[in-house]
Design a binder for this molecule. Structure first.
Ligand SMILES: [Zn+2]
Length: 395
């Protein structure tokens, strides 16, 4: 049993939201949390380790609900070309884009990919992320998609908690979108039987998988008991958010192009809106989702990195929180909630992570500042001093 004692503030992402001068007692799970003066004496006697964190702030580990964790090889050259003004289609013609990563990933062995991804996981931890969702999607064919899902599952709890998603990502060369959907549907039973994914996701976008194909894939996946996610309304509004709500998806992600009518429909549902501002930022698109309107209309907003080699090569949720406050106009409190408890809801893990409450896993961050608002105010500086995952100190 350990105690983090006398923190200046604990931002709980629960009720009360902020505890001034608080302590937290934990082993693998949180055993007690509250004000210093109420800390029961027997904990102090029994604790193996008492760490004084006065003048510091405690927060829950960040939960990143949207990552493309497993692939091989970067797209650095493509990133630079884009900065020089080349557009995605031109880059694709020149051999870049998702299909470049698919080629690199298919060539790499399982061990090569795992070693590559382990380095990436270190960066998630260095910036305070302790739970992530991870998608397949750079394999496209059966053998390679299964390889990626197996890697995700093998890396789970090592030390990040990883929620696995089977993603239908792109249309393969020389195939129609419907052919790809039918093929992916034929993998679903295998994936379910081996418990390789909890969620399925699809890139629902004009010219990729349109409404008819998306509906077919998700409806079939639902029959197998998968929870549904959609990449949608990122570049064009083709009705993907509406479809997501209709199918009771757990989350709809991106949403740059949603309308007032969409917001109204989403607000009456339990579907979580996962917003990914770094993708728009790094693509230099001046188009962001209407986050303020979503929140003001009662929709639940979560934040993620969209970590991927093409459009958002960042593992840093602190950066996402900064963008959410400055560009999406969330308050600092809303942004932290969206990166912890709401993002845990978006991956159906809010019973276990996402807030500091008795009974939840002790996924705890300690920052070297005295006020949680420094997380945004001391912009782009990593003040993280300690990271605990299920009570075990990682940093
Ligand atoms: Zn994505």
């Amino acid at each position: 049993m350990k105690i983090l004692k006398s923190a200046k503030q604990i931002f709980t992402s629960s009720n009360p939201l902020i505890i001034q001068n608080g302590s937290i007692v934990f082993d693998e799970k949180i055993l007690w949390i509250g004000k210093d003066e109420d800390l029961p004496k027997e904990y102090i006697k029994e604790a193996k380790e008492i760490i004084d964190v006065s003048n510091k702030v405690i927060m829950p580990g960040f939960v990143d609900p949207h990552t493309h964790l497993v692939f091989y090889g970067d797209r650095l050259n493509e990133f630079e070309l884009r900065l020089k003004g080349f557009d995605y289609l031109k880059i694709r013609e020149m051999g870049g884009g998702i299909l470049k990563t698919v080629k690199d990933t298919r060539k790499a062995s399982k061990d090569e990919i795992k070693n590559y991804v382990k380095k990436i996981i270190k960066n998630f931890i260095r910036y305070g992320t302790t739970t992530i969702e991870a998608k397949s999607g750079y394999g496209l064919d059966f053998e390679n998609e299964i390889k990626l899902l197996e890697i995700i599952n093998e890396l789970n709890e090592n030390p990040l908690t990883i929620a696995p998603t089977f993603l239908l990502h792109d249309v393969e060369e020389n195939k129609s979108a419907m052919d790809c959907v039918n093929e992916a549907i034929s993998y679903l039973k295998f994936i379910k039987d081996r418990n390789l994914a909890v969620f399925v996701d699809i890139f629902c976008e004009k010219g990729v998988f349109e409404i008819e194909e998306t509906k077919k894939f998700l409806s079939e996946a639902k029959k197998y008991g998968f929870l549904l996610k959609l990449h949608t309304d990122e570049f064009y509004n083709i009705g993907g958010s509406k479809l997501g709500v209709e199918l009771n998806a757990i989350s709809i992600d991106h949403l740059n192009e949603i309308t007032k009518e969409d917001i109204e429909i989403i607000s009456k549902s339990n579907t979580i809106c996962v917003l990914l501002p770094s993708t728009s930022f790094l693509l230099r698109k001046n188009k962001y989702p209407p986050a303020r309107e979503l929140i003001d209309n009662g929709c639940i907003v979560a934040l993620g990195t969209d970590f991927n080699p093409g459009t958002s090569f960042t593992q840093n949720m602190q950066f996402i929180i900064l963008l959410a406050v400055v560009i999406l106009k969330l308050t600092i409190e809303e942004a932290i909630l969206s990166a912890t408890i709401n993002s845990a809801k978006a991956i159906n893990m809010d019973k276990f992570v996402g807030s500091l409450e008795v009974g939840k896993f002790a996924d705890i961050l300690v920052f070297d500042f005295e006020d949680y608002r420094y997380l945004v105010y001391n912009s782009a500086i990593n003040n993280l001093e300690m990271v605990f995952k299920k009570g075990k100190r990682l940093i």
